[in-house]
Write a protein that binds this ligand. Structure first.
Ligand code: CAA
Length: 379
């Protein structure tokens, strides 16, 4: 097993680290408070090739591997987990989905703009009554001649307000359950698409999360992905890769929590010595570092399996399950180590905790990851 990163991977990691320090850190607290979308930063990330990292250069992407993507999402999320999820959704769910399953025409028309960051994508699977039970789609797409007519509501859509392109799952035949769900590429500008509600959230507050409504929205039949009935497989396969992105986001939050704790404990004095000299603090730091390393290895293993063309569904579920748990735990410990200061906004660690919690919920809750992992073992 090789634990070394190659030169390209190290260069990507360093570019992401520097971008996060220079472009995201100065305004991260303000954007969190004001729930302000990092529009300029996202544009610049597009310029760096970070919005379509794994997309082939033929379609405007950076042509990189998943390991590089993990390193970049971690480095960005260590400073700003909101930007981390914006990036992750565009890369893993939208670009990957279109590149892997789209037609040549769909790739030329949509992927190039999405991968280069000229346009932003969102992924609309969840509904008011279809969260973990994703098959229970109430949104319908009725075929009518050369188009489909889309009606329904999608919930909790990351990037939904700012997106130009939305991948929408909808029932083309409700009687067939999972086999009656289809996936469509929907332009936000199509008549009948509306941002119904902007959510106010505990964390990742500068990413936008909305519900989208579709009312008699006409979608050209050419925008169907693959074939009718392929939508559920499309969504779940795409989410396997998405879970690697969220594991990387969680890793970034956890590493940020650890780094802040190390630096604070070396400078903060109590009882006439730095608190780093107390075993109570040392043990917390040792525990955090060990768990973060374990989560990182799980995440990189899932990424390596994906890059090697192996099945990575279980590895991705394990990575997300563990990294999200570690992120919440590390953020909690970081606050404890910072004491009263940890509860205040300027030390960042309170934001880490608020941002960490969602990694145990979106792109499949921890309970769903347990289902995915145990099914693979017990089938
Ligand atoms: N890859 C490809 N196909 C898959 C698959 C995978 N990983 N997992 C399942 N499938 C297929 C199954 O084989 C099945 O097809 P067949 O009937 O032809 O065999 C079909 O998909 C349905 O699968 P299941 O029968 O396993 O479905 P289920 O109803 O038992 O549900 C589940 C399984 C694991 C709970 C699944 O529904 C799930 O993962 N739910 C969570 C959904 C989720 O992650 N939502 C996140 C929303 S998006 C988001 O959060 C993005 C964001 O904005 C940040």
């Amino acid at each position: 097993m090789n634990f070394e990163f190659n030169e390209t991977q190290l260069m990507i990691q360093e570019t992401a680290r520097k971008f996060a320090e220079d472009e995201l850190l100065p305004s991260v607290i303000e954007r969190d408070e004001k729930e302000e979308f990092p529009r300029e930063a996202v544009k610049k990330l597009g310029g760096l090739g970070f919005m379509g990292m794994m997309v082939s250069e033929n379609y405007g992407g950076a042509g990189l591997d998943t390991v590089s993507y993990v390193l970049a999402v971690e480095a960005i999320s260590k400073v700003d987990a909101s930007t981390g999820v914006i990036m992750s959704v565009n890369n893993s769910l939208v670009c990957w989905g279109i590149e892997t399953y789209g037609t040549e025409e769909q790739k030329t028309k949509y992927l190039t703009d999405l991968a280069s960051g000229r346009k932003l994508g969102a992924f609309a699977l969840s509904e008011p009554e279809a969260g973990s039970d994703a098959t229970n789609q109430r949104t319908t797409a009725q075929r009518n001649g050369d188009h489909y007519v889309l009606n329904g509501t999608k919930n909790f859509i990351t990037n939904g307000a700012n997106a130009d392109i939305v991948l929408v799952m909808a029932a083309t035949d409700r009687s067939k359950g999972a086999k009656g769900v289809s996936a469509f590429i929907v332009e936000k500008a199509f008549p009948g698409v509306e941002v119904a509600k902007k959510e106010k959230k505990l964390g990742i507050r500068s990413s936008d999360t909305v519900s989208l409504s579709f009312t008699d929205c006409k979608i050209p039949k050419e925008n169907l992905i693959k074939e009718e009935g392929f939508g559920m497989k499309f969504a779940l396969k795409t989410l396997d890769g998405g879970r690697i992105g969220i594991a990387s986001q969680a890793l970034g939050i956890a590493q940020g929590s650890l780094d802040a704790s190390v630096s604070y404990s070396k400078t903060r004095k109590a009882f006439n010595k730095p608190i780093a000299e107390f075993q109570a603090i040392q043990f917390k730091i040792a525990e955090m570092a060990t768990e973060i390393d374990a989560a990182r290895m799980l995440t990189l293993r899932a990424a390596s399996q994906k890059d090697a063309g192996e099945d990575y569904s279980t590895a991705a579920a394990m990575a997300k399950l563990h990294a999200s748990k570690v992120a919440v735990q590390a953020a909690l410990e970081a606050i404890q180590i910072h004491g009263g200061y940890g509860y205040m906004k300027e030390y960042h660690v309170e934001r880490y905790l608020r941002d960490a919690k969602i990694t145990e919920i979106y792109e499949g809750t921890s309970e769903v990851q347990h289902i995915v992992i145990s099914r693979a073992l017990l089938q």
